[in-house]
Design a protein around this ligand. Structure first.
Ligand code: GLN
Length: 496
C-alpha cells in the first residue's frame, strides 16, 4: 500500500477510484478485493447478489494493473468494479433473471452492454437480484429470496432492480447496471437513496438483455452520484447494429452536462411541473421533500413552468396491457427445451406436456399473471379492444410529452409516491404494487430519458426526485440532476 491509499476503497466514488487506479495510488486488484470483502461481510444480510464472480473480478482487475504497468492508456472507468443486474447475459456466468426457469443457465455470449463494460476495463463483481423477469417493484418476486434495503433491513429495496440499488447503498459496488421497462432503475434508486437513469429508448443496446417488454426495455446506469452515473452511461451507450431499435447517433454529452450542472447554475433552464400530477396519493413526507427539491432548483436559477399532460392518467392501465402482451410473447421461448429447467421429461410424456409442466414449475405467480393477462389481451376478438386501444393511448401520452417539451427543458415529479415499504405489505394486492410506478411509467411509453436523484429523507428513509427530458436529450436531465445534487448532497444509510 502506498501512502495515498484511501482508507476505505468501498466508500469512494467511481470517479475517484478511476483516478486513484490510473495514478497508481491503488491497484485495481486492491479495489476489487475491497469490494469482494465488503460483499462477504454484508451480503448475507442484504442479499443484493445472486452470483459473485470472485475469480472473474480478480482476473479482470489484474489485467488492468498489467495494462497500466505496460504504460497503456486506460479508459475513464478502468479498474472500477460494477455489479450487473441478472437480466443481462454474461458469457459463462450464470444468468437467471431471478427465475427458477433459468436456473443453471450459463449464456454462451455477453450482452452488448457487458461486452462494452469489459472492453472499457470495468471489473464485473457479479450478478444482482431482481424480481423474476423484471416484473415487480420490490424484489419480493425473485425466486431466490428478496433483497433487503440497506436503510432498513425490514423493508424492500425497490424493484425490479433492487439488487443493483442495494449493492450501491450497501457499498458493495460503486456502480451497477439496471434495466427499466416501467421504472425498475428509478424506483429502486428512489427508495435506496441512490442515482439511477433510464436512458432514451434506443440509446442503449438490448442485445443480450433478456426480453420482458421489447418496446419498453431499456438498460441503464446506476451509481451513488450523478457524475458516476453519467460516466457509466457514456461507457455503456451508443449505436449497436445487433439491436434493430438502436439509434445510430452520437451519445448525448452526459458527462460534460453532469459536470456543468455540478456548478449549481440553472439560469435559463425551464423546469416543468405536470398539472395532472396532483400529488394526492403521495405520502406527506414524499410531497414535502419534493417541494423542497423544487425550491432548491428555483434557488439555483431554474424557471418553473406548469404544463398539462392530460393522458397521463391512462398510463398505468395502458402499460399493464402493453407490457404483459409483449411479455406473453417473449416468454414463450422458455419451454424447457432450449434453456435451464426441464421438468417431467420421463420419456413417456408428449413434448407439449413437458413444456407445460416445466413452465408451471419454473415461473412464479406474478410472471404467470402477466402471461395470462397478455395472452388474453392479444387473443383474437380482444386484440383491438385491449392491445390496440393501449397503443392508441400510448400515442396520446407521447403527444403530451412532445407538447410539454415545447415549453420546458425537463419535467420533474416524485420518482415514486412512497418511501420503502415493509416486506409483505403490498404483495397481497397486485394493484398496490403497480402503483409504485405511477410516476415512472409514462416516460417509458414515450421513450425519453429520466433519472432518479435522492432529494431528502422522510422518517429516516430516502425520497427521490425524477427528472425527465426529451428523447436523446439525456444530457439535459444530467445537468439538472447534478445541480440538485450539488444543493442537496448525497444520502448515506446508517451502518449495517
Ligand atoms: N414495476 C414495473 C413492472 O412490474 C416495472 C418493471 C420494470 O421496469 N422492469 O412491470
Amino acid at each position: 500500500m502506498t501512502e495515498a491509499q484511501p482508507t476505505d476503497l468501498t466508500r469512494m466514488t467511481a470517479a475517484a477510484l478511476a483516478t486513484a487506479i490510473a495514478s497508481g495510488a491503488c491497484s485495481a486488484v486492491d479495489v476489487a478485493q475491497a469490494h469482494l470483502d465488503r460483499i462477504a461481510a454484508v451480503d448475507d444480510r442484504v442479499h443484493a447478489f445472486l452470483h459473485v464472480d470472485t475469480e472473474g473480478a480478480l482476473v479482470a482487475a489484474q489485467a488492468i494493473d498489467a495494462a497500466r504497468a505496460r504504460g497503456e492508456e486506460l479508459g475513464p472507468l478502468a479498474g472500477v468494479p460494477v455489479a450487473v443486474k441478472d437480466v443481462l447475459t454474461t458469457r459463462g456466468v450464470p444468468t437467471t433473471c431471478g427465475s427458477k426457469i433459468l436456473e443453471g443457465w450459463r449464456p454462451p455470449y455477453d450482452s452488448t452492454i457487458v461486452r462494452r463494460l469489459r472492453e472499457a476495463g470495468l471489473v464485473m463483481l457479479g450478478k444482482t437480484n431482481m424480481d423474476e423477469f423484471a416484473m415487480g417493484s420490490s424484489t419480493e418476486y425473485s425466486a431466490y429470496g428478496a433483497t433487503r434495503n440497506p436503510w432498513d433491513l425490514g423493508r424492500i429495496p425497490g424493484g425490479s432492480g433492487g439488487g443493483s440499488a442495494a449493492a450501491l447503498a450497501a457499498f458493495e459496488a460503486p456502480l451497477a447496471i439496471g434495466s427499466d421497462t416501467g421504472g425498475s432503475i428509478r424506483q429502486p434508486g428512489s427508495v435506496t437513496g441512490t442515482v439511477g437513469a433510464k436512458p432514451t429508448y434506443g440509446g442503449n443496446s438490448r442485445y443480450g438483455l433478456v426480453a420482458f417488454s421489447s418496446s419498453l426495455d431499456t438498460p441503464g446506469p446506476c451509481g451513488r452520484t450523478v457524475e458516476d452515473t453519467a460516466l457509466l452511461h457514456a461507457v455503456m451507450s451508443g449505436h449497436d447494429p445487433l439491436d434493430s431499435t438502436s439509434i445510430p447517433a452520437p451519445v448525448p454529452p452526459v458527462v460534460e452536462a453532469a459536470r456543468q450542472g455540478a456548478s449549481g447554475d440553472l439560469h435559463g433552464v425551464r423546469v416543468g411541473l405536470i398539472g395532472e400530477f396532483s400529488g394526492d396519493g403521495d405520502e406527506p413526507g414524499v410531497a414535502a421533500a419534493t417541494r423542497e427539491a423544487i425550491q432548491a432548483l428555483v434557488k439555483l436559477g431554474a424557471e418553473i413552468v406548469e404544463v398539462s399532460c392530460p393522458h397521463f392518467q391512462y398510463a398505468l392501465p395502458a402499460y399493464y396491457l402493453i407490457a404483459p402482451s409483449e411479455c406473453s410473447s417473449n416468454l414463450a421461448r422458455f419451454d424447457g427445451v432450449r434453456y435451464g429447467l426441464r421438468v417431467g421429461d420421463d420419456g413417456q410424456r408428449a413434448l407439449e406436456e413437458v413444456m407445460s409442466i416445466t413452465r408451471d414449475a419454473g415461473f412464479g405467480p406474478e410472471v404467470k399473471r402477466r402471461i395470462i393477462i397478455g395472452t388474453y389481451a392479444l387473443s383474437s376478438g380482444y386484440y383491438d379492444a385491449y392491445y390496440g386501444q393501449a397503443q392508441k393511448v400510448r400515442t396520446l401520452i407521447t403527444r403530451d410529452f412532445t407538447t410539454a417539451f415545447e415549453q420546458v427543458d425537463v419535467l420533474v415529479s416524485p420518482t415514486t409516491p412512497f418511501v420503502a415499504f415493509p416486506f409483505g405489505s403490498r404483495t397481497a394486492d397486485p394493484y398496490q404494487m403497480y402503483l409504485a410506478d405511477l410516476y415512472t411509467i409514462p416516460i417509458n411509453l414515450y421513450g425519453g430519458p429520466a433519472i432518479n436523484v435522492p432529494c431528502g429523507l422522510s422518517e429516516g428513509l430516502p425520497v427521490g426526485l425524477q427528472i425527465a427530458a426529451p428523447t436523446m436529450a439525456d444530457d439535459q436531465m444530467y445537468r439538472v440532476a447534478a445541480a440538485l445534487e450539488s444543493a442537496i448532497g448525497t444520502l448515506t444509510p446508517p451502518e449495517l
